[in-house]
Design a protein around this ligand. Structure first.
Ligand code: PNS
Length: 173
């Protein structure tokens, strides 16, 4: 029988409980799931380095036998071909995600029709969760419990602390 190798691409800056929910679902559906962190030279505003993002994902998926963590640069479909993957997995949280995801899936299909995009829905409780909003809450000192694993929360707090120390006081007199 044909093995289904799926790629779950993203920035994962940082990985959230929503991402982990999708990884769990994907790992049950596909023979192999490769979580691929996109190295985007234009997005150098990333909070976590590629190695830090990889470390967090590795720790959080250690118990999933068919899940591996990797990174890629350049076109996603080229990476899929390189990995012999036939599926791209993407999560859709709300209708607002759909437009961008549709454009990306159709463009990827146009570039290489061998790669199929499969959309999955995370649990409803994660439908408003994103890495961007988690970073913002962390910067503002808000609660993160339930949104990211404890390890990620700790790393976020450390990052914010390190940035604040580097920057000095917010309101110098
Ligand atoms: O977590 P994100 O930021 O929503 O992930 C977006 C990502 C990395 C999956 C997307 O930007 C991507 O696939 N980038 C690779 C470059 C590429 O293939 N671009 C053309 C897409 S149509």
């Amino acid at each position: 029988m044909k093995q289904i190798v799926a790629i779950y691409p993203g920035s994962f800056d940082p990985v959230t409980n929503g991402h982990l929910d999708l990884i769990q679902r994907g790992s049950k559906l596909f023979d192999e799931l490769i979580v691929a962190i996109a190295r985007n030279p234009e997005k150098d505003a990333a909070l976590f380095t590629l190695d830090e993002r990889k470390e967090m994902l590795l720790a959080m998926t250690a118990d999933c036998d068919n899940v591996t963590i990797d990174s890629f640069e350049g076109l996603l479909v080229s990476y899929c071909v390189h990995k012999n993957a036939n599926v791209v997995l993407r999560g859709i949280r709300a209708v607002s995600d759909y437009e961008f995801e549709l454009q990306m899936a159709l463009m990827n299909r146009k570039i290489d029709p061998r790669v199929e995009t499969i959309f999955m829905l995370p649990a409803e409780k994660y439908s408003y969760l994103s890495s961007r909003i988690v970073r913002e809450i962390a910067h503002l000192g808000g609660p993160l419990s339930g949104f990211v694993p404890d390890m990620v929360e700790q790393k976020l707090r450390e990052k914010v602390q390190a940035k604040a120390t580097k920057k000095g006081p917010e309101w110098p007199n």
